[in-house]
Design a protein around this ligand. Structure first.
Ligand code: HEM
Length: 422
């Protein structure tokens, strides 16, 4: 039985449709200019909110709006982690994560991160051209998250794990706003079932890694802080208990997805903006102090995540519409970032904005579930730009930029061909 219905004056949006995938920014702009930034999707049986203020209001009503059914359109049936739990469970998990996810731990990785990006650039520099998305934006965040998790990015035979990890990620994240149907499942499987095969191999990789961490800790070969998983295994929560194996496996899967798919998109979006906004690349090359603003303005205008879901624990009114209990409502970070009530001339990319005001964007969420990896994502962006800007002189687009349409919940680039002066 459906929980939602169309509402007079609200827009109808199908988040998986071609018009949406091609033109979502215009759709968000129209939501605002029409004076009613609310939408209904009969295809997905959910509502969506694009008003910056109302998204924040919802996220402050902890007793009503819950994460327990997960951040995707489907209702989560198995126990989740972090973004799929509410306090007090969330408080427990977050306390453990905070210890394993500190700024000091991120900073300790800085020089390895810099070396990684420079080595990537060294490898293609002499060619004068590359698909920057595939060459750096995809492997860099995966390198970082795998360093943190302690999982090698190569199989024992030396072959890269990135292709099948990516296949698995695209398959699992790709369905987040999709209503379950036989057609969609078959489409996701792909002609060679590579997406599902990738997801299964990735899950097995986590299971093996958990077993390795336990064995190495027991033998004394690894210390408690060898990697995040060892920390999870050895650090109790506030009540003295430890995360279960299921939870640790859930954390690995979540961190891989949350930490790589999003950051990859941010990195390519930044370069794309700099190369398509007249004079922007040169301006930032001349004045690298603009790097933080470039990152935040790109995050605002090109939010990597379109939006995520909450459900209401009780009947509630949403902008005049009475919602049944446990209705899926999508909080549209990307639309909130284009709200003219908060951002002047919101569709315009500008390096003359006030950084503090731009940082009001919702791309990292808001409130209880605010992104724990935001400092890491910002650090990756800064290292990436500090390596690319001084080295790739006269950087320019070099062919068609393809958009990534396989993952409707994310907005990003699939290939970014660029050239520079050698
Ligand atoms: C540009 C990159 C990133 C973007 C746009 C992003 C976006 C988000 C968003 C929107 C949320 C809120 C979810 C919600 O409210 O339902 C979130 C949560 C989270 N993110 Fe990120 N993220 C990024 C990078 C990262 C990285 C690099 C990591 C770590 C490796 C990370 C780890 C997390 C965690 C642990 C949470 C859950 C917080 C909680 O529930 O308490 N993210 N992220």
């Amino acid at each position: 039985m459906t929980k939602t219905h169309s509402v007079e004056s609200w827009s109808e949006i199908d988040f998986n449709s071609e018009p949406f995938l091609t033109d979502f920014k215009q759709i968000y702009e129209a939501l605002h200019s029409g004076g009613c930034p609310y939408a209904h999707s009969s295809m997905g049986d959910h509502y969506a909110v694009g008003s910056h203020q109302h998204i924040m209001d919802i996220l402050k009503q902890y007793d009503v709006w819950k994460s327990k059914f997960g951040p995707a359109l489907g209702y989560l049936e198995t126990p989740g982690v972090l973004v799929s739990v509410d306090p007090p469970e969330h408080t427990f998990e977050v306390r453990i994560v905070a210890e394993c996810f500190s700024k000091e731990i991120f900073e300790a990785l800085r020089s390895e991160m810099e070396t990684f990006v420079h080595a990537k650039i060294d490898a293609f520099f002499g060619d004068g051209e590359v698909d920057l998305h595939e060459a750096v934006s995809v492997p860099f965040p995966l390198f970082v998250i795998h360093k943190l998790l302690g999982i090698p990015l190569e199989d024992p035979d030396g072959s890269s794990r990135i292709p099948w990890i990516r296949d698995g990620l695209i398959t699992s994240v790709g369905t987040m706003v999709e209503p379950a149907s036989r057609e969609s499942s078959l489409r996701r499987l792909g002609p060679d079932h590579s997406g599902v095969a990738g997801a299964i191999r990735t899950q097995n990789m986590y299971v093996d890694h958990l077993a390795t961490c336990k064995a190495k800790l027991e033998s004394g070969e690894w210390e408690d802080d060898a990697n995040i998983v060892c920390r999870f295994l050895t650090k109790p929560g506030p009540d003295g208990t430890y995360l279960s194996d299921d939870k640790i496996l859930g954390f690995m899967a979540f961190l891989e997805t949350a930490g790589s798919a999003t950051t990859t998109i941010m990195l390519s979006n930044i370069i794309h903006r700099l190369l398509t906004e007249p004079g922007a690349y040169e301006r930032v090359c001349d004045d690298p102090s603009l790097i933080p603003l470039v990152m935040e303005e790109t995050l605002r205008l090109d939010s990597p995540v379109q939006g995520l879901f909450r459900t209401n624990d009780q009947e509630v009114e949403l902008n005049g519409c009475q919602l049944k209990q446990d209705t899926k409502v999508m909080l549209l970070w990307a639309a909130g970032n284009l709200d003219p009530e908060v951002f002047e001339d919101p569709m315009r990319f500008s390096l003359d904005r006030d950084l503090a005001k731009v940082r009001r964007h919702l791309s990292f969420g808001y409130g209880t579930h605010f992104c724990r990896g935001a400092p890491l994502a910002r650090m990756e962006g800064e290292i990436f730009l500090n390596a690319i800007l001084p080295r790739l002189k006269n950087l320019r687009l070099n062919g068609e930029v393809m958009m990534e349409k396989r993952i409707p919940v994310l907005q990003g680039i699939r290939s970014l061909p660029v050239a520079w002066d050698v």
